[in-house]
Design a protein around this ligand. Sequence first.
Ligand code: UD1
Length: 422
Amino acid sequence: MQKLIINGGTRLKGKVKIGGSKNAVLPIAVAAAILGDSVSVLHNVPNLTDVKTLSAVLEGLGASITRKNGSLYIEPINRMEYEAPYELVRQMRASIYVLGPLVAKLGKAKVSFPGGCAIGPRPVDLHIRGLEQLGANVDVKKGYIYAQAERLVGVDMDLTGQHGPSVGATANVLMAATLAEGTTVIRGAAREPHISDLVKFLNAMGADIDGIGTSVLTIRGVKQMHGTEHSVVSDDIEAGTFMVAGAITDGDVFVEGITQKQIPAISEKLTEAGVQLDWKTTGVHVTVPKELKAIDVTTVPFPGFPTDMQAQMMGLLSLASGTSTITENVHTDRFIHAAELNRMGADIRLEGRKAIIQGVPFLSGAPVMASDLRAGAVLVMAGMAAAGETTVSRIYHIDRGYESIETKLNNLGADIVRVNEN
Ligand code: UD1
């Protein structure tokens, strides 16, 4: 295992280029590998552990995937494998994305039931409900989900769950519906930028989907889909994280490759907290002219403030003047990082789904541990802002979603080294 050693206290300065979106590339690669019948080429693909794990799942199903200069060449499955085993699915919940496309293409699927994780229980009832509505028989036995259907048939459904729309269920059911007979309408669809990128990709493969970017997707089933070439949309959360990195170090950073339209709520909340954002056509210039101000943040599905930026925002607000609150409405147990930030001198109190953050004048370096991807990211942010040395362990969580985070930050002037843990 590896850890990051951060020597805090430097102001970040310069330009950082945002990579392709992890959450877009995962379903897109699944669609390319399972739904297509010829090679697809994906450009702007981040080099992340999650992409490698997904590639292993798809290769296990018979696809062939090659990576060259930031592009993935995906040759679709060419045999009747329909099982995604526990050893792979347990490493990454998004492996469940193969469920719908496999049933649509091969008529059956066997996918290990994904477990919970450090951010709380993460059920897949909506994925199952959506596929059942398309006519699949779904059974959960001995830790596996079995789905079967001679032919999926389009239907008008509402996929809204108790926490609102689901990104994963929308992607899964949407992909399955592309090859279903007749028309499917998904109401309560997730509207995240990565879902829109998936819709674009599927249409380029020959699917027939209307309603991109809205909560109602209409999918007219087609018989066959072909490979295509696509450049993956930039990562909204990586962009937001680097904007926080600039702000928390009182830096002067240009975050390149992001538009305000992709991150409306992140932009709004950072501005409200006193971060100056100067938008240009190629990205955004981030500075903090005066002191940071306390604000209230509530996480909700897009276009609201994303849960995947909640931890990073908590780190920033730890250093704002006054009392901020963060209410987590999407992943209800996603607050483990609060205790780690407190070890660095933050003053955060939890009350159920709400975190109350009393701003402190400074943070101090400490040994801390990443409990999940974004919780890991905030510890790196806090470490850069803190006085002295911070070591962040269990950084395999961070590598799942940030390509070489320390290289990008060091290029902006941070002082971070990656070492092997003994
Ligand atoms: C995706 C993202 C993740 C992000 C999350 C919310 C990927 C690979 N991951 O995860 O980074 O934090 O969206 O933006 O894109 N739910 C149910 N039943 C279901 C499915 C979900 O109740 O069948 C609930 C979840 O527990 C959660 C909420 O719906 O409370 C939203 O989850 P969802 O959007 O599905 O998250 P993921 O797709 O797992």
